[in-house]
Each structure stands twice: as C-alpha cells, then as structure tokens.
Design a protein around this ligand. Structure first.
Ligand code: BES
Ligand code: ZN
Length: 527
C-alpha cells in the first residue's frame, strides 16, 4: 500500500488521496508529512490541537497577477507531521468547512516536504497545469530492463568520449566528438524506423547538439526529455590541444543515457509518448546549447511533459547514493523521481541539495516553464574535485561506472514510466448506415459506393421477411455472378464482410429470390 500512496503524490486533490485508500487503510500512529495552506492548517489545528508547523513559508500563488494588477496573491504554506488517520478527518473538514477541493499535499518524509515548500510556487504552478500522472505502474516492463543494464558499457562510453583531447564547443575535437556521438546513437538504433538521430545546429558555434527521438505510438505530441551535455572544458585553456577529458563532467551523463538507449532498443520498447534523448553542446559556456533547444521547443509550443538532466553521475563522494537538486527543478516531479528510486532501486539512499544557481541544462528547460529534475552524484560541496581540469579522467572516478549505473537505471525508469502513459488518440469511428425496402421476385436494389478507409472492413447485414440475397463487391457494383462476397441462404437473413487494404469503394446488391422486405445495415470505417 505504501507504494501506492507514494505514487499518488502531488495529485493535490484530497479525493484522490481517499481513492488510493488512505482512509481505508490508515494505520494509527503512522506519521506522514503534508504541506498545506494556512486555512487548511487552521482546520487541522481544530481537529488536532497539538499539531505544529515544522516549517512555514509565504509562497506566491500566482505571480502572473503581479504584472497586471501590481499585487500578488500570497499564501502561507506549512509543513506538518500528522497521524495518517487524521488525513480523512482533515479531508472531510476541508470539504465541509471550506467548500473546496485540494488543501494539502502528501509527502513520504520530512525532506520531501521541505523540497515542496522550498520550490518556487510560480514555476510549479505552470508545470502543475501540465502535470502528468506520476503513478508508477510499469514494473513488469521496467524491472527486467534494469537488470540488463551494465556498468561496463557505461564505462566504455566514458573511455571513448574522454579519448578526445577536449570537447570544447569551438574546437575541431569538440566537433568530432559530437559527430562521433551522433554516429554511435544512429548505429545503435538503426533497426528502428521509429527512432531518428539528428544534430541540432547552433548558429553561433560549430559544435552541434545531438537529439535522438523515439516517436510515441499513441501520444507523439507529448514529449519526455532526457539530457546530458556532450561538451567539456578545461578552465586553464581552451585550445585545440588543451586536455579536457570531461570523463565525469559530463561523459558520465552521456554514457548513462547511452546505456538507456541500448536497453530500450534491445527490448523493442515503444513508448506511447515521444521520448527525446539529448546530448547538449556548449553547456560549459553558459548552457548555450540547451537554451537554444529549450527555447525552440517552447516557441513550437511543444508539450514537454518532463525533463531529467544527468550531469556528473560517476564520482561517489557523498554518503547518499543519489542527490536530487531542488533548485531550478520541479518539486512534484522530484517527488516522482524519489518514488522511482524507492520503487526500482530500493537499496539506494536519497539526498537533497542544490547548486544555488542554474548549474546545468535543466535550468534551460526550467526557464521555459517545463518540469525538470537533476539527480546528481554527490552533495554540492562534495562533487568530483577534478572537473574542468585535465584530471577529470575515468581513473579519477574510480575506473568503473557503478555509480553511473544507478543514474542510468533511474533515467530508464523515468523514461518508461512517463513514456508509457498518455491516452490513445481516438481512432476513426465506424460509420453505420441503415436502408429499408421491399423487393418482388427477381427485383434488384443497389447501394453504394461506400467510401471505406484504408485497412478498414466493410460489413453488410440483411434482415427481413421472404428471401432476399446479398452481394458485396469492391471498386464497382456487383452482379449476381460477379462479387467479392455472396450470402444467399433461404431467408432474408444474410451477412457479408470484406476488407480493404487501401482507401476504396464498396457496393451492395440485393436480389429478391422471392418477394421480400428487408433492412440493410452497413458498418464500415470511413476514409
Ligand atoms: N557539471 C557542472 C555543474 C556542477 C558542478 C554541478 C559541480 C554541481 C557540482 C556544469 O558542467 C558546470 O560546470 N556548470 C557551470 C555553470 C554553467 C552555467 C556554465 C558551473 O557550475 O560553473
Ligand atoms: Zn557538467
């Protein structure tokens, strides 16, 4: 049950909390964390007078109003620990007393609640309006794929990429590296016509970004983005020969995503939504590649459901396994990411930290209002000390990729859990037409053409009195001797069905074998 509760996080609606069973299965004494607005908090204090807020913050509920009216809508939000049993009572009280839905958000632990409280409500509000379901329900697809992922493959990609003297955004080496990555991803996916690998050209510098697209089968317009940066830098110099292996920063992120691609393809995974895996150019010089791409997606009104950035995944320098960075990221999606870790990699520990500035490409997507997350290798002050030097080598991250493997697995679970969702686009609806009439012996009646869509079937059903016979033909009208389907039993109950591979016409002929009255019903997929 716990997983179910956790996976329903941030639905925001109390009703959904009840639906997933908190009220039915609440355990007395089991403490949970919620954030809630000031009014709801006072309701809770009526129910449980001992409740105190662990933290409180003024949040701007809708900064969009600021420009219009000069005033902001502000709300005080509190983080409290409550008995799980009190949630149902709180729900009822909010509905009865406040006559509104919503009111609190559920968090699995205190740190998750603090994340929610600290994330600017403004961008959360934008992302919330686009928020997908964060329910985790693809275990049968994800779990077998995770066990196929291998650190050695990630390690090899890190070795290959850090073999370039540098991957600086203006050097020939930097250009060669992006071309190498494009070739590698294209070759890995060459068996799939639904996967393309393209380069995104940047007008002001030569190193292109790489974008791999797995086209969604049902909801292709909804896009999941996974990213890492392919460039590197040595802050002591940026010539063609300056060594900047960037093994951890950020060959490790590219290599983690490359292992995701390998396993998705090996399993023939086809997402319902579109998944895009990106290697950004020019991150080290101000997030320039990702900024151009994110802006182009926004300009095209692309519905990016969620974005995850992997920048530095292989250096294990802190006690926790994966640190979720809370700034320039979306708290609801971060909660989902934490749930992915506890569902799919339950032995891993989760920490929270922040850069304090837009430190990687997720910030480019965040700035366009998209939901982002950035799982990072360490706490901020304990990261790889060799980055941006000639010593950011594979050997200096331990000469193996066990830490990166955790991030690759997380990225795959993120891609599949979000990529498998999305309502099916409604297919064409069958058209039904009915005709009635009567025939004398030997009299004929013709119907059509019916315009049938490619791949559709055309079915004719006859009922009535006496004995009428039914003939169906593609392309032109049938006769009693030329037809694709005939049904000529001794009553007027007849049926015929044909399939059309391409768009085409279907015709019906009725013949009175003896006098008859009839109802003809045709059902077909229109063009
Ligand atoms: N991978 C780093 C960001 C980073 C470093 C995050 C250490 C956490 C700990 C990234 O490639 C980078 O160097 N970013 C720049 C900022 C960017 C806007 C140029 C940075 O952090 O200075
Ligand atoms: Zn980096």
């Amino acid at each position: 049950m716990q997983k179910k509760i956790v996976s329903g996080l941030f639905s925001g609606m109390l009703a959904s909390l009840l639906l997933i069973g908190i009220s039915a299965e609440a355990v007395a004494g089991n403490k949970v964390w919620i954030t809630l607005g000031d009014t709801a908090f006072h309701q809770l204090q009526k129910l449980a007078p001992q409740t105190i807020a662990k933290d409180s913050q003024i949040v701007v509920a809708n900064p969009g109003f600021q420009g219009l009216t000069g005033s902001m809508i502000q709300e005080k939000v509190h983080l409290v620990e409550v008995d799980e049993q009190q949630l149902a009572g709180l729900s009822a009280a909010i509905h009865q007393e406040l006559k509104r839905c919503g009111g609190f958000m559920f968090h699995p632990n205190e740190s998750a609640g603090r994340v929610a409280l600290s994330t600017p409500a403004s961008l959360n509000a934008i992302a919330a309006s686009l928020a997908p379901s964060y329910v985790i329900d693809n275990q049968t697809v994800v779990t077998p794929m995770l066990s196929q992922m291998q650190a050695s493959n990630i390690g090899q990609t890190i070795i290959d990429m850090s073999g370039y003297a540098n991957r600086y955004y203006t050097t020939t080496n930097g250009v060669n590296a992006t071309n190498w990555l494009k070739q590698k991803w294209a070759q890995m996916t060459s068996t799939r016509s639904d996967i393309t690998v393209e380069q995104f050209t940047h007008a002001s510098w030569s190193q292109k970004s790489v974008i791999l697209t797995i086209k969604g089968t049902e909801n292709a317009a909804e896009v999941i983005v996974l990213g890492a940066h392919l460039d590197s830098i040595n802050t002591k110099g940026t010539t063609e020969t300056t060594k900047a292996p960037g093994a951890d920063d950020d060959a490790s992120g590219i290599a983690s995503l490359t292992e995701v691609i390998r396993v998705l393809v090996a399993n023939g995974y086809k997402p319902r939504r579109t998944i895009k895996i990106m290697g950004y150019s020019a991150e080290e010089v101000g997030l320039r590649g990702s900024q151009e791409i994110a802006k182009s997606f926004k300009a095209a009104n692309t519905n990016v459901i969620g974005m995850m950035q992997l920048d530095m995944t292989n250096y294990k320098g802190s006690d926790k396994d994966i640190y979720l960075y809370t700034d320039y990221t979306n708290s609801a999606q971060n909660q989902f990411v934490a749930n992915l870790i506890s569902t799919y990699q339950p032995s891993l520990s989760i920490g929270y930290d922040k850069c304090g500035y837009g430190c990687s490409d997720h910030a480019s997507w965040y700035a366009q209002g998209y939901a982002t997350s950035m799982p990072f290798e360490t706490a901020f002050t304990q990261d790889n000390p060799y980055i941006h030097t000639e010593n950011d080598t594979y050997a200096n991250s331990g000469g193996q990729a066990n830490h990166s493997l955790k991030f690759a697995r997380l990225a795959l679970s993120f891609a599949v859990e979000l990529g498998s969702d999305g309502a099916a686009t409604p297919g064409p609806v069958d058209k039904v037409e009915t005709f009635t009439g009567s025939l004398t012996k030997g009299q004929k009646a013709s119907y059509g053409p019916f315009k049938v869509g490619a791949g559709g079937s055309f079915a004719a059903a006859l009922s009535g009195t006496g004995d009428a016979d039914l003939y169906v033909r593609k392309t032109s009208a049938p006769t009693t001797t030329t037809y694709d389907c005939k049904s000529d039993g001794s009553t007027s109950t007849e049926s015929c069905s044909i399939n059309l591979t391409a768009n085409g016409d279907a015709y019906v002929l009725l013949n009175g074998y003896s006098a008859a009255t009839y109802t003809l019903k045709v059902t077909y997929r229109p063009q």
